[in-house]
Design a protein around this ligand. Structure first.
Ligand code: HAM
Length: 429
């Protein structure tokens, strides 16, 4: 038996209801706030991510599915959406559009991670990006919108963590200070953190090793080193969130695995998720567009994991699938109880009429299905029950049909051409 690759999964018909709900909420909330949908390709030049996400990040170092395109060029299945959206912004000259450009996406992403609950190798994100606005309002509004989406989905036990990273220069100086501190305390650090002191010292804050954590309590914090403009920007974001009544924790140790962030950084977690508690997060990336070859343009955004939202909000109301009409061809000699008997010839003649009736019903806006397996009449009616069909039309010959209301069991004989009108008359709106 061939199975789906490790860390991937099938989105089955029974999973679609919850996903449809999520998509509808995202579309409603983001469209109302002026966001337009964008979809970028599933793969991009590898360089987009090494330059955009950062060569030292885990994502670029260990988690990318990269392959040769056959012409010597390296392509990568997108591990995230921000760099591709910025690439598209530059490529399509979106700086000519009225600023800011607000975009959202709902797409599949790929990371070669160790799979576990809430962590997959192919997963979905809903994301939003605002390009061309540097005001703190843009940051606060995005946070509010993600909060609304999580609330609309009923995500349980949500917490918001907030920090600011300042500018890369501030970060550079801070990084040197932190590296110095880590070197001085190297003996108490876990081997993994020690090995990465030079490459990515910030990740030390992420460690779960108790001794390392103890060392990090006393480590210098970037939030205490922000320049005056960045400190002011952060204070404004906080004021706006306070005024909106959004609760948050300032977390100077907040680390996210992408290098493009400047200033505001945030993450929503849900305690109901266990180890993979990050439901969604993002931040400001004022240097990214320039880094990718565009004109210096500020940006801010977030992405939230679809699977994690659904795991943290398991009780989605599942709208029943609607079937207005199931069209059956009366099998030869197997007519409905109250209907005329059908001969073999009639049954043959009924087939195109039944086929046409299903098409006509769908054109009229009804959810109509044609019975496709050649079931006996009895089992076709049982099937209609299972589907929850409101009506069944049994087409007896090229002209005549029996229309059965499945709720009450009443039947009427009528011309096949009159079936749709009869259903529409009886349809509750
Ligand atoms: P990220 O934190 O890497 O950020 O991913 C965002 C969300 O995607 C996570 O909070 C998590 O819910 C989900 N996620 C990430 N990896 C996996 C995985 N392997 N399996 C399941 N879910 C996963 C970004 O991707 C940034 N592009 C967000 C952003 C947008 N920043 C600015 N704009």
């Amino acid at each position: 038996m061939i199975q789906a690759p490790k860390g991937t999964y099938d989105v089955l018909p029974s999973d679609q209801g919850a996903r449809r709900t999520l998509r509808a909420h995202a579309e409603r909330i983001l469209t109302a706030a002026g966001y337009s949908r964008i979809e970028t390709p599933a793969f991009e030049p590898t360089e987009l991510f090494s330059r955009g996400v950062g060569a030292a990040t885990d994502i670029v170092q260990k988690e990318m599915y990269s392959f040769d395109d056959g012409a010597g060029r390296s392509l990568t299945l997108r591990p995230e959406g921000t760099a591709p959206v910025c690439r598209a912004y530059i490529e399509h000259g979106m700086h000519k559009l009225p600023a800011p450009v607000k975009l959202w996406y709902l797409s599949a992403f790929f990371r070669a991670e160790n799979p576990q609950r809430g962590r997959y190798r192919q997963f979905w994100q809903v994301g939003a990006e605002v390009i061309g606005a540097d005001s703190p309002e843009a940051d606060a509004e995005l946070i509010v919108l993600l909060g609304e989406l999580l609330e609309a989905m009923g995500v349980a036990s949500v917490r918001l963590r907030l920090a600011s990273l300042g500018q890369p220069e501030t970060r550079g100086a801070y990084r040197a200070e932190l590296t110095e501190y880590l070197r001085a305390n190297a003996a108490s650090l876990s081997a993994e953190v020690r090995a990465r002191i030079e490459l990515n010292p910030m990740r030390a804050f992420d460690s779960s090793d108790p001794q390392t954590r103890a060392v990090m309590v006393g480590a210098p914090k970037l939030l205490d080193r922000l320049g005056p403009d960045d400190a002011e920007h952060f204070a404004c974001v906080r004021e706006l969130l306070d005024a909106a009544g959004i609760g948050y924790e300032i977390d100077p140790t907040l680390v996210r695995g992408l290098d493009y962030y400047t200033r505001t950084l945030f993450e929503f977690t849900s305690d109901s998720l266990g180890a993979q508690s990050g439901v969604g997060g993002g931040g400001r990336y004022d240097r990214l567009i320039e880094q990718l070859g565009g004109k210096s343009t500020p940006g801010v955004g977030w992405a939230a994991g679809v699977e994690r939202i659904l795991l943290a909000a398991p009780d989605q109301p599942r709208a029943p699938e609607l079937v207005d009409l199931l069209v059956i061809t009366a099998p030869a000699g197997d007519a409905p109880a109250a209907g005329p008997g059908g001969s073999g010839d009639d049954a043959r003649a009924a087939r195109p009429a039944a086929f046409e009736l299903a098409r006509e019903a769908r054109r009229a806006g009804l959810a109509a299905q044609l019975e496709l397996t050649g079931r006996s009449l009895k089992s076709a009616l049982k099937h209609a029950d299972r589907l929850g069909a409101r009506y069944v039309a049994i087409v007896n010959d090229s002209q005549q049909a029996t229309l059965r209301d499945m709720a009450g069991g009443e039947q009427q004989e009528l011309a096949t051409g009159a079936v749709v009108a009869a259903i529409l008359r009886g349809k509750r709106l």
